[in-house]
Design a protein around this ligand. Structure first.
Ligand code: DX5
Ligand code: ZN
Length: 223
């Protein structure tokens, strides 16, 4: 799965930018509050408008404080997947429960320096694990390959049937890095600058998908 990140799109033309990546599996929406991360992007009103403007399922990545208060409304509004950060709450399970009760899929994200072991037990209450491969806050940063260890560890648990969840990666994914991430067992690849920084975003999505599928140990190519 490929999830183009609109962080690298033109914010004044979001409906057109969503249409430009038609055929993508998810549209990744980075919500930043200038507290959990130093940057500020967009919030619920923009997501509500975007939901009316596109049929691509929205993958909301909340880089915000107090997700217990702010995350469930994104699911209520109709976002497909609502991911918040493990570092932002003491009670990730109850936030996941509230997101699911509001009709969304629940995602847990970990920053590059956050170990995964303390969270393995609660991952059964989640639909997605989002492994950050850059420090959250900005697009266009360099991929950190060391985070793939976490993806491999969780992949093993998924393959053995102990966990049932989708493993997603975010940050620095492009034609030079997508294969190593696929080899580590990633299911869903977020790409911002590698999609919207090109002349043909839809073609960039297709070629990233083909490259990822070829390198993936657990997938066969559909086309
Ligand atoms: C960074 C965001 C990413 C960002 C990725 O904090 O979470 O989703 O858009 O951008 P690229 O793909 O350019 O690294
Ligand atoms: Zn993101």
């Amino acid at each position: 799965m490929i999830a183009p990140s609109i962080l690298s799109a033109d914010f004044a033309r979001l409906a057109d930018e969503a249409a430009a990546v038609e055929g993508s599996d998810w549209l990744h929406v980075d919500v930043m509050d200038a507290h959990f991360v130093p940057n500020l992007t967009l919030g619920l009103p923009v997501v509500e408008s975007l939901l009316k403007a596109t049929d691509i399922p929205l993958d909301c990545h909340l880089m915000i404080e107090n997700p217990g208060r702010w995350a469930p409304p994104y699911a209520e509004a109709g976002a497909h997947n609502v991911t918040f950060h493990a570092e932002a709450t003491d009670d990730p399970r109850s936030v996941a429960r509230d997101i699911r009760a509001a009709g969304g899929k629940a995602g847990l994200s970990v920053k590059p320096g956050t170990p995964i072991e303390p969270y393995l037990e609660i991952l059964k209450d989640f639909d997605t694990l989002l492994v950050m491969s850059v420090e959250p806050g900005f697009g266009g940063q360099s991929f950190m390959p060391e985070v793939l260890e976490k993806a491999r560890a969780v992949r093993k648990l998924v393959d053995s049937g102990e966990l049932k969840l989708l493993v997603e990666i975010d940050g620095g994914i492009n034609t030079a890095t997508v294969e190593q991430a696929a080899e580590a067992g990633i299911d869903c690849f977020v790409a911002g600058s590698a999609v919207y920084g090109t002349a043909d975003p839809a073609e960039a999505v297709r070629s990233l998908r083909t490259q990822a599928a070829k390198a993936s140990p657990h997938l066969t190519i559909a086309n």
